[in-house]
Each structure stands twice: as C-alpha cells, then as structure tokens.
Write a protein that binds this ligand. Structure first.
Ligand SMILES: [Zn+2]
Length: 251
C-alpha cells in the first residue's frame, strides 16, 4: 500500500489493499510517537473509506478530502472504538478450494531467521489443530512444490507481516512477507502474527475492519480474534475463529 502512494491510479491502490493485508503493531518502540500515531490514523481513515492520498496532518488536526476537519483528540477516541467495537469474522470472496485446502504446502525462504521459523511451524500447528475442519497445512522443503512462500522483507513501517488472499482459481495466497523491522518481537506475538497471516492466505479478512463479507453464523463481537489487525500475544484461537474456520472449511 504505502509503496504505491504516489501512484495516481486509486483503483490500483484499492486492489492492493484487498490482496495484501498485514498484522500491525500498535506500539512500535523504534518509531517516534507522532509517526506511529500518524500511521494508525492513516489506517483508520483508510478503513473508513477515505483516500489515503488526501489526508493532511496538521498540528492538532487532520484534514481529509480537502475540506473535512477532524481533531486528533476526536480521532483518538474513534480509533479506540474502532479497535474493539466492531469485530466480527469476515471472509474474502474467494477461499481455498478442496483441491488444496487439506494440504496447503508452505515453503520457508532460507533467509528466514530461526525465531520466525519456530513461529511458522507453530502457526501451521495451530491451523492443523482446528477440530472438525478439513483444513491442513504442511511445510515443504521444495519451493516448486509449495503453494505459499514465506520470505523476509524490510520496511521502516508498522506492519509486522503481510500476505496474499486466495486467488480466484482457488489457490491459497501465494506468499507471506515478514518485516525484519520486527525481528525482536516477542515469540508469542510472532506466533500470533504468522497465524494471522496464514489466516489471510486461506481467505480471512480483518475482524476489526469492514472489507470482506461477514461470515454468517459467527458472532458480531470477537475482539480477541486472531484476525484482529493489531497484534496480540498468542492465547489460542477464539471460539469464533474456530467456528469461522469450520464454516469455511468443513470436514
Ligand atoms: Zn492482517
């Protein structure tokens, strides 16, 4: 998203927003507080449908679409509500077809550090442990045999990792990119982040944003879902995460 900021084609930006999603850190110690705040406000406004290219930051206020003024204090309140209020299981229009969903193969690039490999294996184990679901994943040693590739990237930004959603042909999202800016993240948050990214590769959208489609039959409040876009310590799937997985990928 951010690297396409200067592109004049709004449409292209929208497509990337739908195909690449990310687990975000809500506290980046490396970043100055104002910068972090700016990114969070940008994420919030984008989720509300405002064009990111038309957000102007001034001292104590933010101007959107040239003439709408929002105070930073008001925005902070809205963001706090946004993070917790509407949290429900949401899916992409495409999910992984039965040709692939019982054994999604994952290749880990050699440059991925050990601590992230541990998180990747843990995330595979998490998804495989969902009961009464045909969903299955495994790590393979050959890239050519893999549906999804996990690799390292770097950006001085507040995304920890990002992934592709499933394609229209029923294949899982093709890659997960990990931001080496977050190599020092605690192990529990690494595990949450990678479990979250694999969630995108099998078709889950964020529970705290409005893209995607509500998964009928799942509750409309699920603040601790693995698909919340803000990273948490891994504490297991919520019951709604499990239910949503069973609905998308029944036995
Ligand atoms: Zn995400």
């Amino acid at each position: 998203m951010r690297e396409l900021k200067t592109n004049s084609m709004l449409f292209l930006a929208a497509v990337v927003l739908l195909t690449a999603s990310c687990a975000k850190s809500s506290s980046a110690p490396e970043a100055p507080a104002s910068q972090e705040n700016t990114e969070e406000i940008t994420s919030y406004l984008a989720s509300q449908g405002f064009d990111q290219k038309q957000i102007v930051f001034e001292d104590d206020r933010v101007i959107v679409e040239k003439d709408i003024i929002l105070t930073r204090a008001e925005l902070q309140q809205r963001i706090a509500d946004w993070k917790t209020a509407t949290t429900e299981q949401r899916r992409h229009n495409y999910i992984v077809s039965n040709s692939y969903n019982s054994n999604i193969t994952i290749y880990i690039d050699p440059a991925v550090p050990t601590a992230w490999r541990t998180a990747i294996q843990g995330a595979v184990n998490n998804w495989n442990a969902v009961p009464s679901s045909r969903l299955g994943m495994s790590i393979v040693s050959s890239q050519s045999a893999a549906h999804c590739r996990v690799f390292m990237g770097f950006q001085s930004a507040n995304w920890i990792a990002r992934a592709y959603l499933p394609a229209s042909n029923g294949r899982p999202g093709v890659s997960v990119e990990i931001n080496s800016n977050y190599n020092s993240l605690p192990a529990s948050q690494k595990l949450f982040a990678i479990t979250h990214e694999f969630g995108h590769t099998i078709g889950f959208h964020h529970t705290n944003q409005t893209s995607g489609i509500h998964i009928a039959g799942t509750p409309t409040s699920d603040p601790n879902s693995v698909m919340n876009s803000f990273v948490l310590n891994w504490n297991g799937f919520t019951s709604a995460d499990v239910l949503a997985t069973q609905i998308l990928y029944p036995n």
